[in-house]
Structures are given as structure tokens and as C-alpha cells.
Design a binder for this molecule. Structure first.
Ligand SMILES: [Zn+2]
Length: 173
């Protein structure tokens, strides 16, 4: 297992619409294990494959950050089936260090996904788990939480993102 480098905004891989997983085997399991280790080390409660540079439809979510195996969810080819209610809370993202804002998300969701062997399952979630899953599924479609902001919040976020992008350019210069 390995801790992978996390891609930071404005890395273009964060804007890719990922391709569905069609091959379930050791390579996929290895990627999942590395993503879990990377998420826990960060530390974070979720990580999507594009955040480690892989353009495949897989994400991991664990509100316990590695403490409770029962809370670890590996979602291959996740698809939201249902969203109900609306809740606003503060979100951040490992690919947007130092940036947080309030985001509207459904209170309750149901998601269909496959496990690492390709077996389909459905998961119902609410509250923070629902929020984390929505955040990660967004990543798989190239969407960042900042895309959900409107009005003044969106304007303020544009400035923060420009600043983050500028800092990244300095690092790479
Ligand atoms: Zn994120």
C-alpha cells in the first residue's frame, strides 16, 4: 500500500468526467487500498479517484477516518438513486486546501454502487454520510463543491480559487 499524492486545484484531472470501472481485479483493489490509506493519512472523510490522478469511477468514504471498519464505504460506479430534503453545512475538500464554505446538499440519499468484486449494492444515507457521498460522486463528474455556490458566495469563492491557483503556480515555477 502507498500514500498517493493528492491532486490540488487547478489540476485539470479534477475536471474530468471519469469512466466507469469495467475490470474488477487486483489493480482496482490496489487502487482502493491506496486511496483509503491516502484518505486516512490526509486526514479526510472521503476521496475520489481523480483526486489521486485516476480517471475512474470509484470513491471511498469513511466518516470515522480509519477508526471503524464498519464505516468504510468503497463505492465503485456509484449512482445516486434518490435525494430528499435540503441541508446547508460547511464543506471542505482535500483538493482545495484552506477553502471551506456552506453547501446545500440533500438530507437523505440512496446510492447504487458495486463493491471491488463487481457485486452491486444499494446504500441509504443521511446527514454527513449523505453529504460526503454526494461530494465524492460530484468529483467523479468533475464537479467541485465550490461549483454549488451562488451569488456573493460564488464571487468570494472565485477570488479564493484564483489565489489558490496562483499559489500553486508559484510552487511549480
Ligand atoms: Zn473533495
Amino acid at each position: 500500500m502507498a500514500i498517493l499524492p493528492i491532486r490540488i486545484y487547478p489540476d485539470p484531472v479534477l475536471r474530468v468526467k471519469t469512466r466507469p470501472v469495467t475490470t474488477f481485479g487486483p489493480a482496482l483493489a490496489r487502487l482502493a487500498a491506496n486511496m483509503i490509506q491516502t484518505m486516512v493519512a490526509a486526514p479526510g472523510i472521503g476521496l475520489a479517484a481523480p483526486q489521486v490522478g485516476e480517471e475512474v469511477r470509484m470513491a471511498v468514504v469513511d466518516l470515522s477516518v480509519g477508526e471503524d471498519p464498519a464505516q468504510m464505504h468503497i463505492l465503485v460506479n456509484p449512482q445516486l438513486l434518490r435525494r430528499e430534503g435540503l441541508e446547508t453545512d460547511v464543506e471542505g475538500c482535500l483538493s482545495l486546501p484552506g477553502i471551506t464554505d456552506k453547501v446545500d446538499r440533500p438530507t437523505v440519499i440512496a446510492v447504487r454502487a458495486a463493491d471491488l468484486l463487481g457485486n452491486p449494492f444499494e446504500l441509504a444515507a443521511e446527514g454527513w454520510l449523505a453529504r460526503a457521498i454526494c461530494h465524492e460522486v460530484d468529483h467523479l463528474d468533475g464537479i467541485l463543491f465550490t461549483d454549488h455556490l451562488r451569488g456573493l458566495r460564488r464571487e468570494r469563492m472565485r477570488r479564493q480559487l484564483r489565489k489558490l491557483a496562483g499559489e500553486r503556480e508559484e510552487v511549480h515555477a
